[in-house]
Write a protein that binds this ligand. Structure first.
Ligand code: BGC
Length: 780
C-alpha cells in the first residue's frame, strides 16, 4: 500500500500536465492546499523581487521538507572554478554563479520546544497568493503541532519597488486552542549555500556582525570577487494591535548569523504580529566602509515609514508599471493570467535603471544559468523594453555590450582570433566567458549575430541612428572581423563555409554550415558596411577616431567582407524548398514529435545525450529563428515550407522556442497553432511544461511571451520608421489590448471580434499602417 502511494506521487511528479494546481485568476496566482511535492515549483512561481534583489517564495519559519532557499542580490556573483573532466585550451576558468545571498526573511517559531515546521505539523487551509497588481506575496494556513496545539498563520511580504534595498514582512500568529509561552527567533543568516556549487564550497565569509535588542546586521563578503553585502533587520512585535509584552529577549550570534530570540506569551484567540524590515545593501552601490552605517539609515527609513506606508509606495510603483506594460485579454482567464505573470516577473527582475545589470535567464528565482547574461537579452528581451519602457532602457542594454567589447576581443584572442575580432561570450557576468560547456561556450557563436542584430533592431525601432556613431560601429566591426576569420574557403564547394558550430538548436553540436549562423554572419558583414557609410557621413571626425582606435583598414576589410557576403554557402533542400539546419540534417531519420512516446518527453530528461544529438528532434527554433529575424527577405511560401518542415520536429524544450513559433504561425495564418504555442510560452512555468520550474522561472522567455501577443497576434512590425499592425484575435478570446511606446508617443491598440481600435495616448500625431492602410493617429 505504502509503495503504491509512492508510485502515485512519482507519477504525478513526472507527468507535468498534472501540475496545473494553480487557480486561474486575472491578477493573482493562487495555490490552495499544501502539496510538499510542488513546494519548490511554487517557490519559483511565487518569487518576488525589485530589480535590486529577489527572493524565492521560501517560508519565513523553519522548513525541513524539500526546499531551495534563495535570496539574490543583483550583480553579486561568484566565479566558481570550472569543473571538467578533460581540460582543453581555451576553456573558461570559471562558471559564474548567482549567489544565494544572506537570508533576510527568517522568523522561526517555537512553542514549548516544538518548532513550527510545515513538514512536521498537520497543515490545513493553506493558501499562497501572489498579487501581481501590487507585488505582494501572502500565505496563510492553520498548523497543528504533534501535541494538538493549533495556530493560524498569516504572512505577507514584498521587496519594495520604491526602495530597492528594502524588504518588509508582516507575519502573524494566532493560537486557536491554547495559551502558552513561545519563542520567536528573528534573524539574518549569511551561512547559506549554493546548491549548484562546483566543489560544495561555501561562497560567503563573515566581515562583521552586530546584534542588539530589535536589530541585527551581518556583513558578508564573497570569496574571490570580494563583493560585500550588508543585510540588516529590525522588527516590532504587536499583540492585538499594541506593542507586545515580551518576557525576555536574547541576542543570538554565531558565525555569519545574528538575531534575537524573543520569549513571550501567546494568548488563545489573540493575534501576535511580527513586522520585520530588512535592508540589503551591496558594495556595488555603496562604499564598503560605509555599508553598515548606510544599512542603518535604510533601516531607519523603513521603520519610520512602517509596513503600510512602504507597501503603499511599492503598490504605487506597480500601478505605474502596469499602466506602462499591461496586456489585457478578455474571455480567457488562463491566457490573461499567463501574460500578466510573464510581465510581472520580467518587470521585477530588470528595471533598466542600472546599465551594469542585465537579465539572467532565471532572474532572481533560482540558481540555474548562474544569473548571467545570454544572447536571450538581445534576441528576446530587447523588444519588450523597446516597446514598454523609455528608450534609455533598451539603449542601456546595448551599451552594456559596448562596455564588454574589449573583453570580447580578448575572448576571441584566447581562441586564436586576431586583429580586433570580437567574440562575445555565450554566458557572462562581466564580459568574460564564464560557462564551462564546450559546445555551448565555444560553438554557439551565433550569439555574436544577435548582439549585432540588436543594434539594428534598436535603431529600426527608435530611429536613433546616432547610436552607430557613438557606440554601435565599433561593436559591429569587432563582430564582423570575427565572422570574417571564422569562415573558410571550401575549394570543393567554391564557397565560404563555417564549420564546427552549434546553432540555436542545442540538440545538435559541432555541425557544419548551420544555416542560421551562416545567414547571420553575412547579414552582419553587410550591415557593418552600411554602418561604416552612415558614420562616415554622420560624423567624419568620429569615424577617423574609430578607424584609428580599432585600426580599421577600410578598403581591405570591406572588400573581404563583400566577397564573403557574395560567396557564402547556405545549405538548402531544393526538393522540399527548405533551408537546411546544417549540412547533415537530411541524413537523419526524419520523424515528427507526434511519433514520440509520451514517456520519452522531455527528451533532455529521458534520452541519452548521444541519442538526442543523432535524432532529428529540435530543441528550439533554429532555421525558423533565422526566418523570424529576417522575415522580410523571404516570401510567404518559403516561410510556410520551412515552418511546415521544422515545427513538427520541434520539441520546444527550450523556453525560448514557442514564442518564435507563435509569431511565425500568426504570420502564416496558422491561428490554432499560434494559440497553442502562446499558451505554452505564457503558461510554461505556471503549468511546468518542461518539468523544470523548480529550478527557477524562465525569465528571458517571458519577454518572448510579450512578443507573442504584440508581434504574433498583433502582427506588429516596424518598417520605414512606422509601426505596422496586422492583427487577428484567437477564437478563444473576446478582445485583447496592449500599449506601446514608440518614438516619444504612446499608443494603445485594442483588437476585438468587431475590429481594431487604435488610440494615441500621448505625443505628436503619427502615422501607423493598419492592415496595409496608413492612418494618422491624433490625440483627442
Ligand atoms: C537555450 C539557450 C538559452 C539558454 C538560457 C538554453 O536552454 O537553448 O538558447 O540561451 O537556455 O536561456
Amino acid at each position: 500500500m505504502a509503495d503504491k502511494t509512492a508510485d502515485c506521487i512519482l507519477n504525478q511528479k513526472s507527468f507535468s500536465k498534472m501540475k496545473n494546481y494553480l487557480k486561474p485568476h486575472e491578477w493573482q496566482i493562487v495555490e490552495e492546499g499544501f502539496n510538499p511535492h510542488y513546494n519548490q515549483i511554487s517557490e519559483s512561481i511565487f518569487a518576488i523581487g525589485n530589480g535590486r534583489m529577489g527572493q524565492r517564495a521560501n517560508f519565513e519559519e523553519e522548513y525541513s521538507g524539500e526546499t531551495l532557499r534563495g535570496s539574490y542580490v543583483a550583480g553579486v556573483y561568484y566565479p566558481d572554478k570550472t569543473r571538467v573532466g578533460w581540460w582543453k585550451n581555451g576553456y573558461p576558468e570559471y562558471f559564474a554563479k548567482v549567489l544565494n545571498a544572506p537570508n533576510w526573511i527568517g522568523i522561526h517559531i517555537m512553542i514549548e520546544s516544538q518548532k513550527l515546521d510545515l513538514a512536521k505539523c498537520k497543515v490545513e487551509d493553506f493558501k499562497r497568493v501572489l498579487d501581481m497588481k501590487s507585488g505582494l506575496l501572502s500565505r496563510s494556513f492553520a498548523a497543528t503541532f504533534p501535541d494538538g496545539k493549533k495556530v493560524k498563520i498569516d504572512s505577507k511580504r514584498f521587496c519594495s519597488m520604491a526602495h530597492g534595498e528594502i524588504g518588509a514582512i508582516r507575519y502573524s500568529i494566532t493560537p486557536l486552542n491554547f495559551t502558552s509561552k513561545a519563542a520567536f527567533s528573528i534573524y539574518i543568516d549569511a551561512d547559506v549555500v549554493n546548491k549548484d556549487s562546483n566543489y560544495d564550497e561555501k561562497f560567503w565569509e563573515e566581515v562583521s556582525k552586530e546584534a542588539s535588542e530589535g536589530q541585527a546586521i551581518v556583513t558578508a563578503q564573497t570569496k574571490k570577487t570580494h563583493f560585500h553585502v550588508t543585510t540588516g533587520m529590525r522588527y516590532f512585535i504587536e499583540t492585538d494591535g499594541k506593542k507586545a509584552v515580551t518576557d525576555r529577549i536574547n541576542i543570538e550570534q554565531r558565525e555569519k548569523f545574528a538575531g534575537n530570540v524573543i520569549q513571550l506569551e501567546l494568548k488563545e484567540g489573540k493575534e501576535t504580529v511580527v513586522y520585520k524590515y530588512a535592508a540589503v545593501l551591496s558594495s556595488e552601490n555603496h562604499d564598503k566602509k560605509s555599508l553598515v552605517a548606510d544599512c542603518k539609515k535604510v533601516l531607519d527609513e523603513a521603520v519610520a515609514k512602517g509596513f503600510e506606508k512602504l507597501y503603499e509606495e511599492h503598490k504605487a510603483i506597480w500601478e505605474h508599471k502596469w499602466e506602462e506594460c499591461d496586456i489585457t485579454i478578455e474571455g480567457d482567464a488562463a491566457a490573461q493570467q499567463g501574460i500578466r505573470f510573464n510581465i510581472f516577473h520580467l518587470t521585477q527582475t530588470y528595471t533598466g535603471e542600472d546599465e551594469r545589470l542585465n537579465i539572467g535567464p532565471k532572474g532572481f528565482t533560482g540558481e540555474k544559468y548562474g544569473g548571467s547574461t545570454y544572447w536571450d537579452t538581445e534576441a528576446y528581451c530587447l523588444p519588450f523594453y523597446l516597446g514598454t519602457a523609455e528608450q534609455k532602457v533598451a539603449r542601456n542594454l546595448l551599451v552594456y555590450r559596448y562596455k564588454h567589447l574589449q573583453r570580447a576581443i580578448e575572448n576571441a584572442q584566447k581562441l586564436g582570433f586576431t586583429d580586433g575580432a570580437a567574440l562575445y561570450p555565450m554566458v557572462t557576468m562581466n564580459g568574460e566567458e564564464c560557462h564551462n560547456e564546450w559546445e555551448i561556450t565555444f560553438e554557439e557563436i551565433h550569439r555574436n549575430g544577435a548582439i549585432a542584430f540588436a543594434i539594428y533592431d534598436y535603431i529600426r525601432y527608435t530611429g536613433d541612428e546616432r547610436y552607430l556613431t557613438e557606440y554601435g560601429l565599433e561593436v559591429l566591426i569587432g563582430i564582423s572581423r570575427f565572422w570574417s576569420q571564422r569562415v573558410n574557403w571550401s575549394s570543393s564547394r567554391n564557397k565560404y563555409v563555417m564549420l564546427g558550430v552549434t546553432g540555436p538548436n542545442e540538440y545538435e553540436n559541432n555541425v557544419n554550415n548551420n544555416w542560421y549562423t551562416n545567414t547571420f554572419a553575412t547579414w552582419t558583414l553587410d550591415y557593418t558596411q552600411k554602418a561604416v557609410d552612415f558614420v562616415k557621413k554622420d560624423n567624419s571626425s568620429r569615424y577617423k577616431e574609430i578607424v584609428s582606435k580599432v585600426k580599421f583598414d577600410e578598403a581591405k576589410e570591406l572588400a573581404r567582407w563583400k566577397e564573403i557576403v557574395e560567396k557564402m554557402y547556405y545549405p538548402e533542400d531544393p526538393v522540399r524548398g527548405v533551408f537546411l539546419q546544417q549540412d547533415g540534417f537530411l541524413d537523419k531519420e526524419l520523424m515528427t514529435v507526434s511519433e514520440l512516446r509520451k514517456e520519452d518527453r522531455p527528451l533532455n530528461q529521458k534520452w541519452s545525450w548521444d541519442r538526442i544529438l543523432r535524432s532529428c528532434f529540435i530543441k528550439q527554433a533554429d532555421v525558423l529563428q533565422g526566418l523570424y529575424f529576417f522575415e522580410e527577405r523571404f516570401d510567404q511560401e518559403t516561410l510556410r515550407k520551412n515552418f511546415d518542415f521544422y515545427e513538427p520536429m520541434t520539441v520546444h524544450e527550450s523556453s525560448l522556442s514557442p514564442c518564435v513559433h507563435v509569431i511565425l504561425a500568426s504570420k502564416l495564418g496558422y491561428k490554432q497553432k499560434a494559440y497553442e504555442m502562446y499558451l505554452r510560452t505564457a503558461r510554461l512555468d505556471l503549468d511546468d511544461y518542461n518539468n523544470d520550474t523548480e529550478d527557477g522561472l524562465h525569465i528571458t522567455s517571458m519577454a518572448g511571451t510579450w512578443m507573442s501577443v504584440i508581434k504574433g497576434f498583433g502582427g506588429m512590425r516596424v518598417a520605414d520608421g512606422k509601426l505596422h499592425f496586422n492583427p487577428f484575435i484567437p477564437e478563444q478570446w473576446k478582445s485583447y489590448s496592449f500599449r506601446l511606446e514608440f518614438r516619444g508617443r504612446v499608443i494603445k491598440v485594442k483588437v476585438s471580434k468587431d475590429g481594431v481600435e487604435t488610440k494615441l495616448e500621448s505625443g505628436d500625431p503619427m502615422d501607423i499602417v493598419l492592415k496595409d492602410q496608413t492612418i494618422t493617429l491624433k490625440k483627442i
